[in-house]
Write a protein that binds this ligand. Structure first.
Ligand SMILES: Nc1nc2c(ncn2[C@@H]2O[C@H](COP(=O)(O)OP(=O)(O)OP(=O)(O)O)[C@@H](O)[C@H]2O)c(=O)[nH]1
Ligand SMILES: [Mg+2]
Length: 450
């Protein structure tokens, strides 16, 4: 999860309220101070940080928590709404009849993101997407884009030997006149000087793009605001993409500063691979940032051969308290299809699985390995055994171990794991607070815990 440090510090600040029934002014001031420090350290915009903490101070003085709601939760909910407010409402783009121009400084991730978005729209919306490589300055740009999109159904247009970007854009648009979406990757700029400025304006005019996306590296920090403003003046930025949120603790600058130009964040990049892209919705993002989880995002992560309903069904079944080995298997399969535990866990609330989110990288790897082995073992079980694991007495265990080529102990470990998971699921079912949280996550429009 991006901004892990910020999350820990916010949660840490909230612990000032632990065990308190009523708040006193001194505590509120201290809370506000700590929150301000946490946000500034993550490079959130200074003015917005000040506004946000002042609002929290005021609201903490004026608003009483609902009956039964702990002060800590009360404050956390405020933090959630205030952060969502800063980032603004989400913007949904329907990828039809769109021409998208990608702009940004050097090395921010324009080419990578061009490929990611093209593939995203093709996969998630089933539309015909094509890309044009109009960067005539970076050697190998066309090859880079082609490689990124290898194995996808996205067509790439480029003329590696042409040094006039305008010509390439004109020819490319002609070629792709029947595509639902065309994305144009442009050359990076060091700073916006004369020639390059003109080139970008020319391309923008020829493309007559319906969207102009500014790609901005999360590490840019506080400078993100001025950068965004410069490009905005030039081409009229309609959407912002923050890249490399995986690699920095200071992404707050890009997150908060770009909102000041009024061009909402539409996607965030969280890695170098083509599917390391996330659609950005401020409520979901903040929910995860604060450790409240993001079930809808989890569904986004689910692979294409698992539809939303299936993912939702599984989640609900896990909540229902009945939990067979088959359920655990489905859960594990989903996990392994999604790829790393890391990604999955970052979408679950911290309270789930007793803070598994805070496991170390090594622990997570160990868990992934266990899951892989469990899967092999379960392939040697009958359906009946998976549905009724209590049937698994020693002779069956021996058979299964032989069938899957493992020690009997491994089979017993699996059963032990199932037992524990089952208890955990039961525990969650009985936990009213958790159920509420889960329910509100499934219907985020109602606002978390509000
Ligand atoms: N970790 C991480 N790396 C990224 C992300 N997006 C891009 N990169 C890497 O950042 C580097 C630059 O990415 P490019 O897509 O070439 O950037 P660009 O803006 O097209 O660069 P120029 O064309 O040279 O201006 C590459 O090594 C990418 O793999 C991201 O979200 N996370
Ligand atoms: Mg590039």
């Amino acid at each position: 999860m991006a901004l892990e440090g910020l999350k820990q510090r916010i949660i840490g600040s909230m612990s000032l309220l632990k065990g308190k029934r009523v708040v006193d002014e001194e505590t509120i001031k201290e809370l506000s101070k700590q929150l301000r420090r946490a946000l500034l350290e993550a490079d959130f915009n200074v003015r917005q940080t000040k506004e946000l903490t002042e609002r929290i101070e005021r609201r903490m003085m004026e608003e009483d928590p609902l009956p039964g709601v702990k002060l800590e939760t009360h404050a956390m909910n405020m933090m959630y709404t205030e952060l969502v407010r800063i980032l603004g409402p989400p913007r949904d783009i329907r990828p039809r009849n769109e021409t998208v121009l990608m702009v940004g400084l050097y090395g921010q991730g324009k080419t990578t993101t061009t490929a990611k978005i093209a593939d995203w729209w093709r996969r998630k919306h089933g539309v015909k997407v094509a890309v044009i490589e109009a960067d005539v300055h970076r050697p190998g740009a066309f090859q880079q884009l082609t490689q990124l999109l290898e194995g996808t159904n996205v067509e790439v247009y480029g003329e590696p030997d042409e040094n006039d970007a305008k010509t390439i854009v004109r020819n490319g648009l002609k070629k792709f006149s029947s595509a639902d979406v065309v994305i144009i990757d442009t050359a990076g700029r060091d700073s916006l000087d004369g020639d390059l400025k003109q080139e970008l304006i020319d391309i923008a005019n020829i493309a007559n793009a319906t969207e102009r996306f500014l790609v901005i590296d999360a590490q840019v920090g506080q400078a993100a605001g001025p950068v965004a403003q410069t490009f905005h003046d030039l081409v009229g930025v309609t959407g912002t993409i923050i890249t490399k949120l995986d690699g920095t603790a200071r992404g707050g600058g890009a997150l908060s500063a770009v909102a000041t130009t009024g061009a909402p964040i539409v996607f965030v990049g969280e890695g170098e691979r083509i599917n390391d892209l996330e659609k950005f919705e401020s409520d979901r993002f903040i929910s995860r940032l604060l450790g409240m989880g993001d079930i809808k995002g989890l569904i986004d992560l689910a692979p294409e051969d698992m539809d939303e309903q299936e993912a939702m069904r599984l989640t609900q079944r896990l909540m229902s308290g009945r939990f067979t080995l088959t359920d655990m298997y489905a859960q594990m399969e989903m996990t392994s299809k999604i790829g790393t535990m890391d990604k999955l866990l970052s979408h679950l609330p911290d309270s789930m699985f007793g803070g598994m989110n805070n496991m170390s990288r090594g622990q997570k790897q160990q868990m992934q390995n266990n899951l892989d082995q469990y899967r092999v073992i379960m392939d040697s079980m009958t359906q009946e055994e998976k549905d009724e694991p209590v049937l698994l007495k020693s002779s069956r265990i021996r058979r299964i171990a032989r069938g899957s080529g493992v020690e009997e102990k491994a089979v017993k470990d699996l059963l032990g794991h199932w037992n524990k998971s089952k208890k955990m699921m039961r525990g969650m079912k009985g936990n009213r607070k958790f159920r509420r949280q889960m329910q509100s996550m499934m219907d985020l429009d109602d606002n978390i815990g509000m």
